[in-house]
Write a protein that binds this ligand. Structure first.
Ligand code: NAD
Length: 443
């Protein structure tokens, strides 16, 4: 089938390359000319394991092409997927101007029936607005359907999640729309047997916000639990492991750490709170989830103060800037928030990340970025571990000790084993676990 993907960012480019790999003829569109030109040359402008290779293979096969023009893509493709950004406004609500712009442009050049599917994460009722916008700008009077096809991929696992999804949600208002979406996904359904859930559009939109909000709730629950464990002298890792062994609860996302970040959870939780309020329901549970997330970030800084006393004149190494491993995404990353608070407190922050330095530099130039992890660690008063990159495993306690001015670690991801840190003579503060070494008692 001929398919168009509008917006070739993390979601759009992954979807485009994966759809081409299952046999569709895909045309990708992006309003950012420079970005699209790089992609056309086979350069993926962000880090996603395997995506550069997949994109190049699909371009070479001739099944994946690109254009700067939505009108041109609308001529070619029967199904168009909107994958543009839906960032937060200052109020927390989702900014849908990019979605509206795309809907308008598609409608202005409809040559005949087209299915327009929202893949961007949008608040409930956006489908109504997309349909009405298209109606107003539909000069040819051609038939069209709007659908909601929310995306659940995780950065760092994007190709796997697209080709082997847990479920595909098709929010539709006609049988024809359901048929077209089913045809797009048929090769994946055949290969994996994953459920293809047909709902109305509003329900599909809500499924996405509800899913992200629930995962964020699990993370904040684990972090609130960690705060209690720290005060009670218990170990949150053992508590969550035992909880997670109960299949009704599950282990996934029940991890204490530095809190959630990235391009999705913070904005989606805020947008869901905002939309619920507009609909007349105050989602107090989610307000608390967001508040706990904020407190979790602040608590990392409090822990640094606890082990270093004053921040002024202290050199602090920060390992990890990406909001999670295997991505270079620093959007709403807890690390940047923590670095900025430490700098504000008077510390010199020396940061390093295997992938995300350039992205971090663009939004947080006040941080001192190092050429490698060793440079960040050498002579630092303590290290704060913010992202659990696998390659940090080479920094064994012995290696850390040889580089740091003092053997002090604040581990915001529970990356290290407290017993090993104790044996190596560290002062070691992690999340929701007893402190190792000597720190003043908290009154
Ligand atoms: P992104 O910022 O990486 O990409 C969005 C792209 O859309 C950009 O390249 C931008 O130039 C392009 N764009 C904006 N306006 C356009 C227009 N009028 N015409 C053509 N292109 C336009 O964003 P993303 O991370 O891919 O997220 C896209 C959507 O998917 C968001 O709603 C997000 O919440 C959702 N989502 C993201 C993820 C994720 O892990 N990143 C996962 C699931 C869902």
């Amino acid at each position: 089938m001929k398919v168009a993907i509008i917006g070739t960012g993390h979601v759009g480019l992954t979807t485009a390359a994966c759809f081409a790999s299952i046999g569709h003829e895909v045309v990708g569109v992006d309003s950012d000319r420079e970005k699209l030109d790089r992609i056309i040359r086979g350069e993926v402008p962000f880090f996603e394991p395997g995506l550069t290779e997949l994109t190049r293979t699909q371009i070479d096969s001739g099944r994946l092409t690109f254009t700067h023009s939505i009108a041109e893509a609308t001529q070619q493709a029967e199904a168009l997927f909107i994958c543009v950004g839906t960032p937060a406004r200052a109020t927390g609500e989702a900014n849908l101007v990019y979605v509206e712009a795309v809907a308008r442009e598609i409608a202005s050049s409809l040559p005949g029936y087209r299915l327009v599917a929202e893949k961007s994460t949008v608040p409930v009722e956006t489908g109504e607005w997309v349909r009405m916008t298209m109606q107003r700008h539909n000069r040819s009077g051609a038939e069209f359907d709007v659908a909601s096809n929310p995306e659940f991929l995780r950065e760092g696992n994007a190709i796997h999640d697209t080709l082997k999804p847990d479920r595909i949600v098709a929010g539709v208002s006609s049988e024809r729309a359901a048929r077209v979406l089913r045809e797009v996904y048929e090769p994946i359904i055949k290969e994996t047997g994953c459920p293809f859930l047909i709902t109305d559009i509003r329900t599909a939109e809500l499924i996405k916000h509800a899913s992200n909000a629930f995962l964020a709730t699990k993370i904040s629950f684990a972090n609130a639990l960690a705060a209690v464990c720290e005060r009670a002298g218990a170990d949150v890792e053992l508590v969550t492991e035992a909880m997670g062994a109960d299949l009704r609860i599950g282990r996934a996302f029940l991890h204490a750490g530095a809190g959630y970040g990235g391009a999705c959870f913070p904005k989606d939780v805020d947008a869901f709170i905002h939309r619920s309020k507009e609909l007349g329901y105050r989602f107090g549970l989610l307000e608390e989830v967001a508040k706990i997330n904020e407190q979790t970030r602040a608590s990392v800084v409090a822990k640094v103060r606890r082990v270093l006393w004053n921040l002024e004149h202290k050199k602090i190494a920060v390992l990890g800037l990406a909001f999670k491993p295997d991505t270079d995404d620093v959007r709403n990353a807890p690390s940047l928030d923590v670095c900025q608070r430490l700098i504000k407190g008077g510390a010199e922050v020396r940061a390093w990340d295997p992938q995300a330095i350039e992205e971090a530099k663009a939004v947080a130039p006040e941080i001192n970025y190092c050429a490698d992890a060793e440079e960040a660690l050498r002579g630092a008063d303590c290290v704060v571990l913010m992202t659990e990159w696998d390659e940090f495993r080479r920094f064994t306690p012995a290696k850390l000790k040889s580089l740091l001015a003092h053997p002090i670690v604040v581990d915001a991801r529970n990356f290290y084993d407290p017993a090993e840190m104790a044996a190596a003579g560290f002062t070691y503060v992690s999340v929701g676990r007893p402190i190792v070494g000597e720190v003043p008692s908290r009154k």
